[in-house]
Design a protein. Sequence first.
Length: 336
Amino acid sequence: MEASDGAPEPMTEPPKPTALILHGDCGLHDTGWGHPEHQGRLPAIVHAIYRETPALLDHVLQHEASPASDAQLQRVHSSEHIEVIRAAAAAAARTGEIVRLDADTVMSAASWDAATAAAGCAIDAVSLVMTGRANTALALCRPPGHHATPDRAMGFCLFNNAAVAARAAQAEHGVDRVLIIDWDVHHGNGTQDAFYNDPRVFYLSLHLDGHYPGTGGAHETGVGAGIGTTLNVPLPAGTSAATYRDAFSESVQRAVDQARPDLIIISAGYDCLTGDPLGGLLLEPQDMFEMTLEVVEHARGTAAGRVVMLLEGGYVPARAGAGAVATLRALAGLDL
Ligand SMILES: [Zn+2]
């Protein structure tokens, strides 16, 4: 805007926005419409966010990510695993058929591009926050990541977006300690594996007890130098939102006190919402809004406010959309 005499008005420093990171290729990963992690999830989430455009316009910076490089993936994943994923996408392209990696993890011709784009969304979210272009970020990663171990795809996950992002923060931005908070209804076994012996990345997971993939017992606390930097909080099916929220507040406080993180990454699965077909917990978008505010408040205390949120699960697309809107509004400092 210019003043009437043509001279520019004095600039005041605008508040830093929240970044929303996407990549068109994430939507092309074709698992088939009978698969819970189907191609309709991302458009539903994006549509729900775009419906909020009048409120979000001045607060959200939209960013198209660059795909992750092999070198960025190799900070977490074995070269053999990366080649398995690349070859499976090539096989799908040759045959025109979906390639099955295990009972529930499948790939199409577009899945290599989608998986590297999803990891790239997570890396760029870290980059935008660490370079001060945004305070907080939500990356709409698809396929999800937290079940992918360093050397194996599983549970709909090909590359571990959160783990790759944490390593990018350390390798590319000089971050020392990272806290990963995983509130997906499933235990993030892959993320736990990636950092089980690493004291510089604290992994906290709240999840449904005894649910897929069967890991995440309270006795799993790390090994070697990483003892005490994994915190698992398994909760029984039907746990009320109030009980969950108490457990969340208590465990996040404990993790923050111990980790003193420079950056907080949230593995944001929206399958912890009531009614998820793969879930069993009883949260509402309002809960996720308030949980996000809690994490942001902790981040202000230890991590200069830096919070990076990554999409994991959530299998009722409209509910995942409502959850994404709630968490994005919290990140951006807006009311629900
Ligand atoms: Zn999940």
